[in-house]
Design a protein around this ligand. Structure first.
Ligand SMILES: C[S@@+](CC[C@H](N)C(=O)[O-])C[C@H]1O[C@@H](n2cnc3c(N)ncnc32)[C@H](O)[C@@H]1O
Length: 225
């Protein structure tokens, strides 16, 4: 794994030393998180539309992080920072309660085999963690091309009374003005519909600090074991 030296790339140690994303951005604009940003095309589109908001793009693979950093630098946008970090770990350890205005998850790894489905990111524990991190009215945006994942995620979100839906149906194939990522475009080009789930956290909820147990791809630094 080669070192990423881009000015928009934030190693975990740097975040730990700086203490907050507000300090890293130099302002306290509302914060959004894109999980599994791939090559960074989605985050650059949405951040360009919203200069009044800050965005953190994360991925666990170096190649995607490198490409995202180049894309952010080329865009000239100053409201995006990139980290190579696992989503639940970042949310639990560094973001915390009421820290996020929005979460975006686009075409996450589908884990199509039945025995692998427990590896999927979106499950009940992840909803608890998201609700903990989201502010009142904060958005959880999720999309996938994978029918089984789209239907089960929509069902989980639709039945969770702590969320309110953007639309009357649990998911929509109409993307409206939602920016299209590389993977979304790939599936749209193949004629496969995207399942888009857009939900908001209701106001006035009492959310407990979630217990985060080890899970697939979720590892704590050595001193935490
Ligand atoms: C199928 S790709 C989709 C990339 C991009 N969102 C798109 O739509 O073009 C899924 C991405 O999620 C990343 N990823 C998977 N699990 C993750 C996790 N737990 N935390 C952060 N990133 C993750 C993978 O490394 C991969 O880049």
């Amino acid at each position: 794994m080669t070192l990423i030296t881009s000015p928009v790339f934030i190693p975990e140690a740097h975040l730990k030393n700086t203490g907050s994303f507000a300090a890293l951005f130099g302002n306290d604009h509302p914060l959004s998180l894109e999980i599994g940003c791939g090559i960074g095309d989605f985050v650059v589109q949405i951040a360009a539309r919203h200069p009044e908001r800050n965005f953190i793009a994360i991925d666990i693979f170096n190649q995607g992080c490198r490409q995202t950093c180049s894309r952010i630098e080329r865009s000239g946008l100053t409201n995006i920072l990139m980290m190579r970090i696992e989503a639940r770990y970042l949310m639990h350890e560094y973001l915390g309660k009421n820290s996020l205005q929005a979460i975006y998850i686009n075409c996450p790894d589908p884990w199509p085999k039945k025995r692998q489905r427990k590896r999927r990111l979106l499950n009940h524990d992840f909803l608890d963690l998201s609700l903990y991190c989201l502010q009142d009215h904060g958005e959880l945006n999720f999309c996938t091309d994978f029918v089984d994942y789209g239907e089960s995620a929509a069902d989980l979100l639709h039945r969770d009374t702590r969320f309110e839906n953007f639309t009357t149906t649990p998911y929509s194939h109409d993307l409206g003005d939602y920016p299209v990522s590389k993977y979304m475009q790939r599936f749209l080009d193949l004629g496969q519909p995207i399942f888009l789930c857009r939900y908001r956290k209701k106001t006035g909820l009492k959310i407990e600090t979630p217990n985060l147990s080890k899970g697939f791809r979720l590892r704590w630094p050595k001193e935490k074991n």
